[in-house]
Structure formats: C-alpha cells, structure tokens
Ligand binder design. Structure first.
Ligand code: HDE
Length: 678
C-alpha cells in the first residue's frame, strides 16, 4: 500500500535532507578529519618535493580529477528549476493518472530547458530547438514529459537519430562549428532525408531563437495514450502554453547576445524566479478517439506531423508554475535523468517508431552518463516509496535490509509483493499488434510536404521574411553548391515563392518540381497570434549626470507598476546624481551592457549631457530602432531622436506628461516590435 502523501512540495522536503550548508563550519576531509592547512602541501623541506603521504592533498586532487562526467550526447547545455503542477479539474474520464484527478493536489515538478546541438559551454542564443523536459514527482511514481519547443521532429524512425546528430554536431575533422546548423553536413543530411522538410521550416522560424525560456511553448511531440479506469484508451498529444506568450529574438540580436551574454536564458530564468516572477505554463491536450485513428490525411503516429489545432482542439487541463531555483546546478540539473519511458498508470505508449527508439536510448545513456544507481540520486528519487529486489551496482546509496532479494520467496512472505491493476499496479494497455517482421516504414508516412506548406501558409509576412533570411543565412554558410541547390529544390516542393526568394539570395534557380497544393493555414502556428504582455520586460533607462530626477522617478514608478523592469544605464558604474543632487544606483554602464539585452529604451538624457553619453545613447537608440523596439524619450532627449530622424516614427514615444507617456510607452512595450518600420 502507498504511504500517506501530503499536499506540500514533497520533493523539496525530500531534497532538504541531502542539502549541506558549509557556512561557518570547520573545513574537513571527506573522512571528517579537521584540516589545519589547506594552502600548503606536505613537503620534504619547504622547497619540496611533495610527499606521497599527504592524504589530504591526494584526496583533494583525486576528487578534482574526477569532477566532470560525460555531458549529454544531445541537449548538453540546459538549465532547470523546481515547481508545481495542478490540474484544473479531474480528468478521470480520460485517464487514471493520479496527478490528473484532484485539483487541490500540487504535484512537484522539475523542468529542464536545453538546446540540442551545442556542448555544455555553448552560447544560449544559438539557433536551435529547445528541450522542454518535465519530471512530475507523482504519488504513483515519476512521470517524465521529455519534449521540445517544436511539435514535430526531423525524422520518423529513431534508428536515424545518431545520423541526424552526427550531421548537426561540429564536423569531426576540424570540430567546427559549435552549436550551429549552418554547415555542410547538416544540410546534406536534410536534403538526403526529405522527411525533415517540415522541421526545417520550424527551425528556420523565430521559434528557435526564443526571447526567454519563460516564453516558449513545449510539446510532447509523440502520440501517447491516455487510459481510464475502464480500460478505454485514447490517443493524446501534450502541449505546454506559456502564460507570458510566445516571443523571440531577432537573428541579429541572437548572434550579438551570444557574445554579450552567453548565459542570457539561464540568467533571465534565474533572476525572474529569484524576484518572484514565477513563470507559468498551461498543460494542454489534444485527444483522438481510437476509432478515429485512420480518419486523418496524415498518420497520427508519424512524429514529423502535428495535429492542427483547428482540427483537434487543445484543451487546457492544468497549470505548472516554476517557483524555486536549484541549490546546486550539478547535483540537480546536470544529474537529473529524464526519460520518455517514465510513465505512470493511466498513460501509455503508442507504436510511434520515433518514440519506441527513445524508450531504449534514455536509460541506456543515463547508466553511462550518471551511473547504474542514477535513480537513487536525490533529484531523481520518486517521492513515493520504492521497494524491489534490485541490488548493488556502483555507488549504491540505499541500504536494503534482510537476506531476501528475490521473487517469489517464502522467507519474507513473498514481499515486496506485486500489485494487480485493480489495486494500482501498472498494466500495459493491451493494444492489438499484428504484421510481419520487416524493416520498413508505412506508406502512410510518405507525405513530407503538405504540413510544411500548411506551416508556411500560416506565417505572417514578417515571419516569412525571417524564414527566407534564415535559410539564406544557413545555406550561405554551406560550401557545397550541390547541397545549396538540393535545398532550394526541396523548398520548391513546399512553395515556389519561398524557393525562389531563397534561391535569389544564392543566385540559384529552383528546379521544376511538383509543388504542394495545400491552401489551408493554421492560425495557431503563427507566433504573431500570441499574447502580448509587459510583465518582466526590460527597459534600458539612459541617464546622464544632472538628469531630471523627479520626472524620471515618476515615470519609472508607473512603468514598474505596469510590470516593466527598468534598468538604469549610464556612462559609469556605481552612483549618479540627478538635478537635485540625489544619488541613484547605476545598474549597468555603456561598457558592461548592450541594447540587445533590453526590450525597449527610455532616453532620459540631461540638460548638459556629455558628448560621450550622447555618442553612446545614439548607438543604443539606432540599434534598438533597427530591432523594431519601443523607444521612449524625455523632452530633453527628443532633440537626439529628431537628429536621428526617428522622432514620431512607429513605436517612438516622447514624454510631455509623465502620466500619458507611461501609458503610451507601456502599450508600446506590450506590442514589443514595430514591424511597420520595415
Ligand atoms: Fe532525445 N535524447 N532523443 N529527443 N531528448 C536525449 O537522453 C533520443 C528526441 C529530448 O533535459 C538523451 O539523458 C533519441 C525527440 C530532450 O535531460 C538521449 C531520439 C525529443 C532531452 C536522447 C531522440 C527529444 C533529450 C541525451 C530519436 C522531443 C534532454 C541525454 C527518437 C520529443 C533531456 C539523455 C534533459 C535527451 C535520445 C529524439 C527531447 C541520448 C534516440 C523527438 C528534451 O538519450
């Protein structure tokens, strides 16, 4: 029987017993010996040599020598946080899953965001798919939803995964480029495996250069099953919808941020959780009845296809809130082992051939990466009891008592005992399977272009423009003219205009090939149809010595009330005086920051602004303007805007009354980008 479960964050409670606070404590060896000198090794004479006998030196160095574990073969760079999940209302019609029954139950979760291609030290704003992997510590065991921020995938069968990853990783002869798809082997793989066509449109879209982890969607990608207590199964796809909306950087910004702040995304997540701005996502499900399995123009088990939301609506069934940063990134985020095969009663797999392969790969890699007993590490432990006859292995933490470690037994009254399905035991859904053993892919997986066209049709003109630029950038970095041509030809199967526009940038003509005839679009696919809020957006406030303090304070207070985060930027770090002599803290200087790190600018200036300030402010404004961002200015700053020829342009707001200005500027910030500047 399960032990009683309370409604607090049981995972946080469990982790507490493993936390060590070293502050104010004596320094000891791992064996607990108090250390009197940690700066000098034991030597024969003060000029050495060092003695082998120095057990303290040996322990310290030997441990250091083993500090690194293999990084994940994909999704190496990642960042995680703790939180909770609550269902809105019982889903018992659909599933037995315990965490989806009771709206008052808060299930602890750990979420790890990641990027696929780059190594652990890669830039966080590289163009890449983002991993969105959630571990639910449910009362009936761990359920992991190991998804991405894109609803489809490159390939249909997991046997091709090592090939895809070898193609995207740095080329092996010179190990260039890091964390990029813009190179020959990647596009060679794509053009040689046309099932990837639709996925390339997604990765060339702005979704792969997110503004923040807090502003991405998540998708389970595969088709899973939900099974209710009567044994009825339905097909399901899982979605995460961010309450802050879906927002992205521009490619030019993403590249610059890579240099200015390679930790841009983790810093944003960490700072916002520390500040109590807890990011939230709603869990959505799309459900297809078993009897409708074959009623679609695509195969619902094909992971290169999505289920258009207009055809199969997304029902929002619950909410996840991230509310606690980790205590230690290695112990938690690095050692967490997420696995799509971790399912609980009420959820089951389908025959999706991409999912089937993943079911093998994750545990296998985790045993290699973290060790045999990885499930006993604090971050991976379920919050419900674990009892079985598995024993020993490297670095075993649990001390199992008694002499019995086998089943069936009589010495321990045949315990731990098995639990029938009717009493809470996991029972696999008995789906019917038949067929010859073959190495083949079903013909229903053959259409590679219709959904690519659907995606293209759904994009706004600005999004289309970005996609054309992204393909042109990537192909421009490909050396092989044959591969460039093959991609332009592949695009012609999707859309002639797309292929022609990309071709023009490379002086290539698309081949005459049949073009997809799909005319439908899916508004849910365009990022333009998302929510627009001001919450937590950053405003760079440019001030110079002697600036109008009272007016600035009034404006900033209103902006903060509207959810914005002003950051004071000036010539020097430290402090600055306003016109009344009051001291203000400068949060960043022109040397330590860059306009690409802000969602908008407010130019305060000063009566006697110094030439260096004007020079830097001009550069900040021009760059923000070119990135389509809102720009506000005090009456003093207006002269500079006029000189730059942007006063009165869309999204450029001047302050003549603090009240009106704050309102109009806040609206501009919510809009985020003024594409009509194009
Ligand atoms: Fe993964 N993937 N993957 N993947 N994946 C890993 O597992 C693999 C796929 C995803 O934050 C690895 O523990 C295969 C699809 C995420 O720790 C590895 C295939 C999706 C993460 C692995 C896929 C994902 C991984 C590397 C072909 C979206 C990071 C380290 C079918 C639905 C999880 C590890 C974290 C990690 C294998 C395809 C998402 C090697 C064989 C599709 C978010 O096991």
């Amino acid at each position: 029987m399960n032990e009683p479960f309370n409604n607090e964050n049981k995972k946080t409670e469990q982790l507490k017993s493993f936390i060590r606070d070293n502050t104010g404590k004596p320094l000891t060896s791992n064996e607990g010996i108090k250390i009197s000198d940690d700066e000098n090794s034991l030597k024969a004479g003060d000029r050495g040599p060092t003695l082998l006998e120095d057990f303290l030196f040996r322990e310290k160095l030997a441990h250091f020598d083993r500090e690194r574990i293999p990084e994940r073969v994909v999704h190496a760079r990642g960042y995680g946080a703790h939180g909770i999940f609550q269902v809105y209302e019982s889903q018992e019609e659909l599933t037995m899953a315990h965490f989806l029954q009771d709206p008052s139950l808060k299930t602890p979760v750990f979420l790890r965001f990641s990027q696929v291609a780059g190594s652990r030290g890669a830039n966080e704003t590289d163009r890449d798919v983002r991993g969105f992997a959630t571990k639910f510590y449910t009362e009936e065991g761990n359920f992991d939803l190991v998804g991405n921020n894109i609803p489809i995938f490159f390939i249909q069968d997991s046997i091709k995964f090592p090939d895809l990853i070898h193609a995207v990783k740095p080329e092996p002869d010179n190990e260039i480029p890091q964390g990029q798809t813009a190179h020959d082997t990647f596009w060679d793989f794509i053009t040689s495996n046309q099932e990837s066509a639709a996925m390339t449109l997604w990765i060339m879209s702005d979704r792969t250069i997110p503004r923040s982890f807090r502003m991405i969607e998540g998708f389970g990608v595969h088709t899973f099953r939900l099974v209710n207590k009567h044994g009825k199964s339905r097909f399901v796809k899982f979605h995460w919808k961010p309450l802050l909306g879906l927002h992205s950087l521009l490619w030019d910004e993403a590249q610059k941020i890579g240099g200015v702040d390679p930790d841009f995304h983790r810093r944003d997540l960490w700072e916002n959780i520390e500040a109590g701005n807890y990011p939230e996502w709603e869990l959505g499900i799309q459900v297809i009845e078993e009897e409708d399995e074959y009623n679609f123009t695509f195969d619902i088990l094909d992971a290169t296809k999505l289920w258009p939301e207009e055809l199969v609506p997304v029902r929002k069934i619950g909410k996840m809130t991230l509310n606690r940063n980790v205590d230690n990134v290695f112990a938690e985020t690095e050692q967490v082992a997420l696995h799509p095969g971790n399912i609980v009663r009420g959820i089951d797999f389908t025959n999706d051939p991409l999912l089937q392969g993943r079911l093998f790969s994750y545990t296998d890699t985790q045993i290699y990466r973290v060790g045999t007993n990885f499930q006993q590490l604090p971050i991976n432990r379920p919050v419900c009891p674990v009892h079985n006859n598995q024993r020993d292995g490297n670095a075993r933490y649990v001390i199992d008592q008694g002499k019995v470690a086998y089943h069936n037994n009589s010495l321990a009254n045949n315990t731990p005992y098995t639990v029938p399905g009717t009493k809470g035991g996991f029972v696999t859904y008995p789906s019917l399977v038949h067929g010859y053993k073959v190495r083949a892919t079903a013909p229903s997986f053959d259409d590679h272009f219709s959904q690519a066209k659907l995606f293209w049709n759904s994009m706004s003109p600005v999004e289309k423009h970005h996609i054309i630029d992204a393909y042109s950038f990537e192909l421009g970095k490909v050396n092989s003219i044959e591969i460039r041509q093959k991609l332009v030809n592949m695009l012609a199967h999707i859309d002639r205009v797309l292929a022609t526009r990309v071709g023009e940038n490379l002086t290539l003509q698309p081949a005459e090939v049949p073009e997809s005839t799909v005319t439908e679009s899916s508004p849910a696919l365009s990022m333009m149809n998302t929510r627009y809020l001001t919450n937590t957006l950053k405003v760079g406030v440019l001030v110079d010595e002697g600036f109008a303090g009272e007016e600035t304070r009034e404006v900033l207070e209103m902006l903060i009330k509207n959810g914005l985060k002003p950051v004071i930027i000036s010539v020097r770090n430290g402090m600055i005086r306003d016109d009344k002599g009051d001291q203000w803290v400068v949060n960043a200087s022109f040397l330590t920051t860059s306009p690409v790190l802000y969602d908008g600018l407010y130019l305060v200036g000063s009566e006697n602004a110094d030439p260096y300030f004007i020079n830097r402010a001009r550069a900040f404004i021009v760059e923000s303007y070119n990135h389509f961002k809102p720009i506000g200015s005090s009456p003093l700053g207006e002269k500079l805007l006029q000189e730059l020829g942007i006063a009165g342009k869309p999204g450029v707001v001047t302050n003549h009354s603090a009240n009106v200005f704050s309102k109009v500027f806040t609206e501009a910030m919510a809009k985020q980008r003024f594409w009509d500047r194009y």
